[in-house]
Design a protein around this ligand. Structure first.
Ligand code: PLP
Length: 396
């Protein structure tokens, strides 16, 4: 006998992985230049030179026992102090290393925070559609209920009326992901202010804090001078989950953190519960080598020129052909309306007839849309444009 819900999760198909595998198979059969794979959010710009240099330096100048050894569960002080300095400088805060719990990227950060906040069988976590599909198993596998706020398909901001009607005395937290995967949209200061005011009102009404879990792996990936509002400035009860997977192009190295600032209500208890939840899942002590890299590279930023060029080319070309798409100011995704309204059928036809691979919005709980990851080569985008044109023309 095995646990049935985990068995179901382990055997459930992942549309993204399947598309990616299909793309590799097709590339082997018909040539990589004839496959246009927009399925995966794997960074396509190299890690900053200082990151690679630091890895070499650390391997050369640091005791090998230390580099490959365990750290404390929450991470070494050096890395946490470097992150705290970076946050304090950029956002005018007074974060201390004791506010930070290092993790193997955003996924374990999120699951630790969610698990820490689920108090009883009725506890609820809210997610705003469209959203990263893993929020559902992260919540449900810990006995929580995921409450979905339907998408605002006009601007992909937050459908505040729906959100207000769905908040209950069981709401423990709402996950806010901006810049957003899959829409690429950045929530505006006005949107976040409205959300903060609503959560303040509801927290008072229900007599307990409703936290924001800010899922921020794309915080640094923003274009055209748009600013990503820093949510703790707008709503104090915000717990930040960060990852270097996208900002430093290090998804395989697994490094990120949870930040529970002192101004969060019950911050000591929240931090302790996050540490306990991480411990219960064995999500402790992320790779020491990467902690030492972050200690040296916490201030590094990505060179976004290639993503920006891709974004402009794809957005301008597709909208000129007649595709509808919310303006993507951040991350590396475009969320395009399926011309026939049926994203599953559209993406299946694109895949089988044109080797054009993208993910239907259904997986992000927003049917009728297609997610295109533009962390690809600019040349691939250029070569794929005739296929996009033929696709939309076949629906006219
Ligand atoms: N949150 C969002 C919105 C993501 O898109 C991803 C990864 O794509 C994650 C979290 C997980 O990131 P990590 O690789 O740091 O675990």
């Amino acid at each position: 006998m095995v646990n049935q819900s985990f068995h179901k999760l382990g055997t459930a198909p992942s549309v993204i992985r399947e598309l990616f595998a299909y793309g590799l198979k097709q590339a082997a059969a018909i040539g990589a230049e004839n496959v246009y794979d927009y399925s995966l959010g794997n960074p396509s710009i190299p890690a900053p030179a200082k990151v690679n240099q630091s890895i070499c330096d650390i391997l050369g100048d640091t005791d090998s026992i230390k580099v490959h050894g365990y750290s404390m569960a929450a991470g070494f002080d050096g890395a946490r102090e470097a992150i705290a300095r970076n946050l304090n400088k950029r956002f005018n805060l007074s974060i201390k290393s004791s506010n930070l719990f290092l993790t193997c990227g955003a996924a374990p950060a999120l699951i630790s925070v969610i698990k820490a906040l689920l108090c009883d069988a009725e506890s609820e976590i809210m997610a705003i559609a469209p959203f990263f599909p893993e929020y559902r198993p992260f919540t449900e596998s810990n006995g929580g209920k995921l409450v979905v706020v339907p998408a605002d398909t006009k601007a992909f901001q937050i459908n505040m009326e729906a959100l207000e009607s769905l908040i209950s005395c069981h709401t423990q937290a709402i996950i806010v992901n901006s810049p957003n995967n899959p829409s690429g949209v950045v929530y505006t200061e006005a949107t976040l202010k409205r959300l903060g005011d609503l959560l303040t009102k509801k927290s008072k009404e229900y007599g307990h804090p409703i936290y924001i879990i800010a899922d921020e792996p794309y915080r640094e990936l923003v274009y055209g001078g748009v600013k990503v509002p820093f949510i703790p400035h707008i709503y104090a009860n915000t717990i930040v989950c960060y990852s270097y997977s996208k900002s430093l192009s290090l998804p395989g190295e697994r490094i990120g953190y949870v930040c529970v600032p002192d101004f969060v209500e019950d911050s000591a208890a929240v931090y302790a519960a996050v540490a306990g939840a991480a411990r219960a899942m064995g999500h402790v002590c992320p790779p020491t080598l990467m902690q030492l890299v972050i200690e040296r590279c916490a201030d590094e930023l990505p060179d976004l020129a290639a993503y920006d060029e891709n974004r402009t080319l794809l957005y301008d070309s597709l909208t000129a052909m007649g595709y509808e798409c919310a303006k993507p100011d951040g991350a590396f995704y475009l969320f395009v309306k399926a011309p026939n309204g049926d994203a599953m059928a559209f993406s299946e036809k694109a895949k089988t007839e044109y080797n054009l691979l993208f993910v239907p919005g259904d997986g992000f709980e927003c049917p009728g849309y297609l997610r295109l990851s533009y962390c690809v080569s600019n040349d691939m985008i250029k070569r794929s444009l005739p296929a996009f044109k033929s696709m939309i023309e076949s629906y006219k």
